[in-house]
Design a binder for this molecule. Structure first.
Ligand code: CA
Length: 233
């Protein structure tokens, strides 16, 4: 069953890295497409409509961030950036450009597969029209119809902003959301509202949903980048 799974486009100019990815993913039933330049990547994305894209940032004919922006104009497949650039601002730039996730090289096969599963599942949920009125992420349960939140058996009371934040995080469970994305989604603008507003509300949210807010298990900080609600499934 080597060619039956989701089609994954690998955009990477280093043959060694492509070999690693082929070895890591080949036995998991993915159908692999390979591009070594930005130009090839656009061609293959257009002709084969892959379900997931793994994207290196340093390409011989262009930058992966620009390519991400370009792909995002029409392509809905999740993009996971794989890069040796590990600085926070690189991650923020890639995510703000429309990438779904970011892995810093070197990374292990298991971590890559886990991130790919999250991205593919999320794309499927977004694509399915029969949206459930219940969002369940591990112990956390959000009833969108009744606007009720529970952690295990415990009912949780939230302010409207906290509720909006939690729903946004839960709809994107497992993915990093940047400060800019959160500001735009919750406040509708990145003007006037600052990143520290996000921090304050996240701290409040943690007090309500975490057993120990000082050691969060659900609502994780990605230092310098943003926040991620842990997806335990
Ligand atoms: Ca490269």
């Amino acid at each position: 069953m080597t060619e039956t799974g989701p089609a994954v486009l690998i955009v990477e100019d280093e043959p060694q890295m492509r070999r690693f990815l082929r070895a890591a993913l080949g036995s998991h039933g993915f159908k692999l497409l390979e591009a070594s330049t930005a130009r090839e990547a656009v061609q293959l994305a257009t002709s084969h409509n892959p379900e997931l894209i793994l994207l290196d940032l340093g390409l011989p004919d262009g930058d992966g961030i620009d390519l991400t922006r370009q792909l995002r104009e029409w392509c809905t497949a999740p993009i996971i950036v794989i890069s040796a650039r590990g600085r926070e601002e690189d991650k923020v730039q890639a995510l703000d450009a429309g990438a779904d996730d970011y892995l810093t090289k070197p990374f292990g096969t298991n971590e890559l597969l886990a991130r790919m599963r999250v991205s593919l599942r999320h794309a499927q949920q977004v694509g399915s029209s029969a949206a459930s009125p219940i969002l369940q992420v591990g112990e956390l349960r959000i009833d969108l119809g009744r606007r009720e939140v529970a952690v295990g058996d415990r009912q949780v009371r939230l302010t409207p902003i906290e509720y909006k934040l939690l729903v946004y995080l839960a709809r994107n469970a497992g993915r990093v959301l940047t400060h800019r994305q959160i500001l735009a989604e919750i406040w509708g603008s990145t003007h006037g509202v600052q990143a520290h507003h996000v921090r304050v509300h996240m701290a409040e949210l943690r007090k309500r949903i975490e057993v120990d807010p000082a050691q969060p298990k659900l609502l994780l900080t990605e230092p310098g980048v943003g926040y991620r609600l842990r997806d335990r499934s």
